[in-house]
Design a protein around this ligand. Structure first.
Ligand code: SF4
Ligand code: SF4
Ligand code: SF4
Ligand code: FES
Length: 951
């Protein structure tokens, strides 16, 4: 049989089947061969026959409640529901008979007799399955009248900022309830009551007060206007759509931007999205209003001094002023005084042109990216051990995992759509190990999921834990020696084995240091090594430590020793925080590497780029962000081009960062908003939102996805165009006409991208690199037959405790994390209605620590560290352990980084955000820093001619 071609725009009614066995049947005289296990409804759809349906949709398991999809099967009695009846060899099915038509009309009549007949004024008029079905079954009259008992006066719930629930239109098909359970895994909805009294309930609360996390899956699943986006109610149904990629997290969900002219009406997660398969979270689905927020700056601005008001100017003047300042600095102080910082919010193409500008125009490698402060240890650690600075799997691979080991990551908040997929696998029975100091939602708040082991380690002891796990694997004979012999450097393995086997690396020896019982560590190690396919997922709780790179290498050691790498269901998977962390690193944004992770000292690579760019290039690694800042304070670094990054808010020790910026002579900031760094800038280039530009993002699974322009840039130019204009003004025209030409150049010069082009992305939807002659359609799973570096290499992971120690003055450890509704420094999400869920950052503190200090729920508390002080409101919770406090970092006025220290990873300088010794006490007013911040930022906003309010 030919392979079945699925059309992403067709609803097949019920899910497909993975069975390789085929079954042939006849539907309305059409013979069709389909995978065993699909429903008759699904087979009919494949045969091009549409069976009426209401409670079925192919993203959900069949339910069989609406009775609209009945069919007749020759040789069988009655009228079975086609959505719940599986196919069988030789069945002869009839979907359209007089009897079936009668039954369906009768069923529809009952539905419509309890439905407000306001179709002409209904927001989904023309886009409603109930309306469609009334037409499809030929309903012409409703005999029962509307006088009897009905639900037509049921009150609307408009509490959710983004969608409404109008129960008067509900047909109780349960699609929303099932979407919340099966797709999202939150179980916020139920059908309460029986018979006529059955109704959808969010736990007898409003949607906003319920467990609902506003993912939108129920809205998407609802066949009527019962659950509907408020934007659709306001703007009407969309008239065209463009597929693009979410600009928030590293999951990289694909969305159809549904438009009316140049206005986005709604963002609908694409069913054919390789990373999300039609699911979404609250950020990508609903929080796109920032793109048109009044705070957007759309006119370029310049000023001589940061004490001066901004002066609005035209693009030419701004570009020429910036170019003349950089040239002046170059002449006066030399090329080493200039550098660039890119962002993981930028497209690949923007990052590429920015690093090209710095390297080709100034002949220096002073270019760095915000991955410096998040996943640079991933780049280093995985390159050393496996040979490639990237995760090894697809997200879908988790569906083949038997053991899921999460270290230092909080997927439900940081990577919500992948977390939903992971939760589905866990509900199917996969085992779960979590290593985290805090009770993340997967432990504390996920129905039908239980962590088999929660290793509640002390912050800063990851390396000790990884070594102790390795000790158990080695000393209990759990190493897969055949794999190691065939695939890894044997000498490195033996050295590592000898090291971890030492008694000082045993769980018993390290238990007290780690804060976890030795038997729990032993049990987790045994499960990881022997439980079947075991996959490790990790996040910033691994990397943002003084030994971040060591832990990454230790994780790779564990995977290699147990042969949990190189196939589906296993692997080492860094969960990248921002949308394009992977891509920005791939594009040569680090000071020691050209695109494709090739060292600047490598002669052949440099010659390749010199020939392509026509300029001599430096073989010396350039300055990292912390070096740029240090040298600015010393007076030798003077000019910075900062694209899409807010180093004042996102880098550690804020006072140090601002002092460095104050010492520079030309700071150019390119961003959507006047961010915290722009307060220290001399030139402001307004940026374009992801809706206003073309390019690509690369997600945590190396998936390159297209970003498509759906409206004109409000500032006049796409961001890469601004960089190219600056380059031209500096005497180095780049000559691109479209972002696709930048990708063509990337593909030409970067072996792992050789096969990538916008045309191919249009054809395939997305591509996981490496994509080249060997892998023309990309590479879902890496290191299958051999590691990228040839043989995998084990590294010794000697535990070195952080120098950030608790003592009598600073007795608590502060650690940080993210929350679902906000994104990173919050520049975008704080300008959306997501603030309904997280209006401020708060400090979580254990009841014992709170009681010791006389702190009550909601009190203002001062948090003092060796670096600084800030003030937050307290939340008393047992989700943190005694001795540990926790906060998020989404609001600038919280000053989370005012208190983080200068400690950083030994290999990459990634800051040690996850361990800061602090004291916490009740206070009655803001810290001095916060008062200064408020005054300063109000003045800066006023300088830009905006309403002076701190957001
Ligand atoms: S929006 Fe998502 S979490 Fe909320 S009820 Fe609907 S499906 Fe459940
Ligand atoms: S709200 Fe929509 S999806 Fe849920 S039961 Fe009612 S009609 Fe069905
Ligand atoms: S924020 Fe992440 S999980 Fe949410 S829609 Fe965007 S890419 Fe998907
Ligand atoms: S679609 Fe089959 S019973 Fe509803």
């Amino acid at each position: 049989m030919d392979e079945i071609k699925y059309n992403p725009n067709t609803d097949y009614g019920t899910p497909t089947s993975q069975s390789t066995k085929k079954v042939t049947l006849t539907v309305d005289d059409r013979q069709i061969t389909v995978p065993d296990g699909v429903s008759i409804m699904h087979a009919a759809a494949l045969a091009g026959v549409t069976v009426p349906k209401l409670c079925a949709t192919d993203s959900l398991e069949p339910f069989g409640s609406c009775r609209l999809c009945l069919v007749e099967i020759e040789g069988r009695r009655g009228y079975p529901a086609s959505c719940t009846t599986p196919v069988a060899e030789g069945l002869v099915v009839h979907t359209q008979t007089t009897k079936l038509a009668d039954i369906r009309r009768g069923t529809m009549e009952l539905y419509i007799s309890d439905h407000p007949l306001d179709c002409l004024t209904c927001a989904t008029n023309g886009d409603c399955e109930l309306q469609d079905m009334a037409g499809a079954v030929g309903l012409r009259e409703v005999r029962y009248g509307y006088d009897g008992e009905n639900h037509l006066k049921a009150a609307k719930d408009e509490s959710n900022p983004y969608f409404t629930f109008d129960p008067s239109k509900c047909i109780v098909c349960s699609r929303c309830v099932r979407a919340c359970e099966e797709t999202q895994g939150t179980f916020a909805l139920t059908i309460s009551g029986r018979g006529f009294d059955s109704k959808v309930s969010a736990g007898n609360k409003s949607f906003l007060d319920s467990e609902c996390v506003s993912c939108g899956a129920c809205v998407q699943a609802c066949p009527t206007a019962t659950l509907i986006e408020k934007t659709v109610i306001e703007a009407g149904t969309p008239e065209h759509s463009v597929t693009t990629t979410c600009a928030y997290c590293g999951v990289g969900c694909s969305f159809d931007a549904e438009m009316k002219g140049e206005e986005v009406v709604r963002m609908t997660p694409s069913k054919h999205g390789g990373a999300n398969h039609g699911h979404s979270c609250v950020k990508g689905r609903f929080a796109w209003g920032y793109a048109t927020h009044k705070d957007r700056i759309t006119t370029p601005m310049i000023r001589k001094s940061i004490k001066d008001p901004w002066q609005q100017v035209g693009w030419d003047e701004a570009i020429n002023y910036a170019a003349s300042e950089l040239s002046r600095i170059n002449e006066k102080y030399g090329k080493d005084a200039i550098g660039g910082i890119t962002s993981s919010r930028c497209t690949n193409e923007e990052v590429y042109v920015t690093q090209k500008l710095i390297r080709a125009v100034f002949g220096v490698n002073n270019v760095d990216t915000c991955a410096r402060v998040c996943h640079s240890p991933t780049g280093y650690g995985l390159k050393q051990t496996l040979g490639e600075s990237a995760g090894t799997q697809t997200f879908d691979s988790v569906m083949q995992s038997d053991v899921i080991f999460i270290i230092g990551a909080n997927p439900t908040d940081g990577h919500p759509v992948f977390a939903s997929q992971m939760k589905r696998r866990l509900r199917e029975g996969a085992k779960l190990i979590i290593a985290d100091p805090r009770e993340i939602d997967l432990v504390a708040n996920s129905p039908h999921i239980r962590a088999d082991h929660h290793l509640k380690l002390r912050p800063g002891t990851n390396v000790a834990l990884v070594s102790a796990l390795a000790h158990v694997i080695v000393t209990e004979g759990l190493v897969q020696e055949d794999f190691v012999k065939a695939r890894c450097e044997w000498d490195s393995f033996v050295a590592w084995q000898d090291f971890v086997a030492k008694p000082e690396n045993s769980p018993e020896a390290l238990s007290e240091e780690i804060g976890v019982k030795a038997e729990d560590i032993r049990a987790a190690a045994r499960l990881y090594a022997t439980g079947g396919n075991a996959a490790i997922y990790y996040g910033l709780g691994v990397t943002e430590h003084s030994q971040g790179s060591t832990t990454v290498m230790g994780i790779a050691n564990l995977a290699m020793a147990t042969a949990n790498i190189g196939r589906e269901g296993v692997g080492v998977n860094p969960l990248r925080g921002q949308n394009n962390v992977q891509g920005s690193c791939d594009m040569g944004s680090m000071p020691h590497e050209f695109p494709g992770y090739r060292h600047v000292a490598d002669y052949a690579t440099r010659a390749l780029f010199e020939s392509a760019w026509g300029r001599p290039l430096s073989s010396e690694p350039g300055l990292r962000i912390p070096n740029m800042l240090d040298e600015a304070i010393e007076g030798s670094f003077k000019g910075l081009y900062c694209v899409g990054e807010d180093i004042v808010q996102s880098d550690p020790n804020t006072q140090h960062v601002t002092h460095a910026l104050e010492n520079m002579e030309c700071v150019i900031v390119q961003d959507l908003f006047l961010n915290e760094t722009a307060m220290f800038a001399h030139v402001f280039f307004p940026g374009a939102s992801f809706l206003e530009k073309s390019g690509t993002f690369t997600n945590a699974e190396r998936r390159i996805s297209p970003v498509r322009r759906v409206m004109k840039p409000k500032n006049g130019y796409e961001d890469w165009e601004v960089t190219a204009k600056l380059s031209e003004a500096l005497g180095y025209p780049m000559g691109y006409q479209h972002a696709s030409e930048i990708m063509d150049e990337i593909a030409l010069l970067t072996p792992t991208f050789h096969g990538v082009s916008f045309k191919k992305l249009d054809e395939l939807g997305s591509i996981q690199w490496p994509c080249n002659d060997e892998h023309p359609n990309g590479t879902p799973i890496m290191h299958i037959d051999e590691f990228v570096r040839g043989k995998g290499k084990f590294f010794i992971t000697q535990y070195v405790p952080t120098t950030e120690k608790v003592n009598a003055k600073f007795p608590l450890i502060l650690t940080t994390g993210r929350i679902l509704s906000q994104y990173n420094v919050g520049a975008q999400t704080r300008r959306t209605q997501n603030t309904a869920w997280h209006p401020e950052d708060i400090l979580e503190i254990h009841p014992h620590d709170a009681e010791d200090r006389g702190i009550k729920e909601g009190d203002w508390v001062g948090i003092a560290s060796r670096a600084g002080e800030t003030v937050l409101r307290a939340k008393i919770t047992e989700r943190v352990q005694v001795g540990v406090v926790y906060t998020t970092f989404h609001h600038p006025e919280s000053g989370a980084n005012v208190i983080t220290t200068d400690n950083s990873d030994w290999a990459t300088n990634c800051p040690e955000y996850k361990v800061t010794a602090v004291q916490v006490s009740r206070v009655s007013q803001l810290s001095d820093w916060q008062k200064h911040y408020k005054t300063f930022s109000e003045a800066q906003i006023a300088f830009a001619g905006k309403k002076a309010e701190v957001i």
